[in-house]
Design a protein around this ligand. Structure first.
Ligand code: AMP
Ligand code: MG
Length: 344
């Protein structure tokens, strides 16, 4: 299903502004976004839903290849521009699943080559942060980035986005989706687990795994699955699982906030949709006198607009990539990128 973004605006006719297009394709979602200045002109995406089981990287990449043309056309149409109007093309260089990254990078390279438009490969996690800063107005937040494959607590220090804490095994969304699958609930499991959890307040103790500033979810997930097999009610398991893993995330976010002495928290990624998680972070933020904000959901999930926005600010700050430098990086780390576009 092709989804249209409700946050699109019609563009102005200022010819000096930069128009940037972004291709996202690190995992399930193929997205194309177009931005001009600080406006999202289009943000169209399509998510691969596996018929059963977890994500199969090659099948997801085939999906991306199948829909990319249609999504691109729709984005251009929504933004009311032609490819020739575009000043810079960006794509998600990583981190992510190899076949998906390669498929989307190939699409971006072909366009760049054919139309002779500069190309920039961007870090997916940084794109979440930068679009979040843009739309929430937070200037220097601690970012809690929670998605299917990624879970990181990130803050800016000394020209880099540093990882203050992260998962040591699986992404928090994958842990939730795996538990949901065991309950017979199809992808995406997050909203279904959230709904189940709302009808329980019976906490059953689960392993709570904070190791230093890092997190781990697989032990908690395995125990929850064992409880399911032993016949505990699904609602109680869903509730206890959310309480446990979201408390751990809130604890690490609070410590990162206090360590960095920042006073803003940005929550983003697909799991940011969860009301209980928002609620826990909000209570903590209030205690700490910090501002807490979450971007609109179309800009929290994996999307092309965030890639376009980061590509645009990198391009404006002078970054240029040769076509030869556009290899994808499955394990592209958040703290590898020199953040030359921030002046603080
Ligand atoms: P992303 O990887 O950022 O595209 O986000 C997808 C992940 O977000 C999947 O693991 C979903 O299950 C998860 N997700 C979506 N909505 C919710 C929700 N309401 N609660 C928890 N997880 C969610
Ligand atoms: Mg993401």
């Amino acid at each position: 299903m092709v989804s249209k973004d409700s946050n699109s605006f019609s563009h102005n006719s200022d010819s000096s502004s930069i128009i940037s297009i972004g291709f996202e394709g690190t995992a399930h979602t193929l997205g194309v976004g177009i931005v001009r200045d600080n406006e999202v002109l289009a943000n169209v995406y399509d998510t691969y839903i596996p018929p059963e089981g977890g994500i199969h990287p090659r099948k997801a990449s085939e999906h991306h290849g199948d829909v990319v043309r249609e999504i691109l056309d729709q984005a251009l149409n929504n933004a009311d521009i032609r490819i020739e109007d575009i000043d810079v093309i960006s794509f998600s260089k990583g981190p992510g699943l190899g076949p998906c990254l390669r498929m989307v990078a190939t699409a971006a390279r072909s366009l760049s080559n054919y139309y002779e438009i500069p190309i920039i490969g961007v870090n997916h996690c940084l794109a979440h942060i930068e679009i979040g800063r843009l739309v929430t107005g937070l200037t220097d937040p601690v970012t809690t980035y929670v998605s299917g494959g990624n879970t990181q607590i990130i803050a800016y220090e000394g020209k880099k986005y540093r990882i203050f804490g992260e998962t040591l095994d699986m992404g928090i969304g994958n842990a939730i989706d795996s538990l949901a699958r065991e309950m017979g609930l199809p992808f995406p499991g997050g909203p279904k687990i959230e709904k189940l959890a709302e009808s329980s307040n019976n906490y059953i103790k689960l392993p709570y795994s904070v190791k230093g500033m890092d997190l781990s979810f697989s032990g908690t997930m395995t125990k929850a699955i064992n409880m399911l097999e032993d016949g505990s009610p699904k609602e109680d398991i869903a509730y206890s699982f959310q309480e446990t893993i979201f408390s751990a995330l809130t604890e690490v976010t609070e410590r990162a906030l206090s360590h960095t002495e920042k006073d803003e928290i940005l929550l983003t990624g697909g799991v940011a949709a969860n009301k209980r998680l928002r609620n826990m972070l909000e209570i903590m933020a209030e205690d700490q006198n910090a501002d807490f904000k979450v971007p609109p959901s179309s800009l929290c999930i994996d999307n092309g607009a965030m890639i376009a926005h980061l590509g645009k600010i990198m391009y404006e700050s002078g970054v240029r990539h040769d076509l030869m430098d556009t290899q994808v990086r499955q394990k592209y780390r958040t703290d590898e990128v020199d953040v030359i576009w921030r002046k603080d």
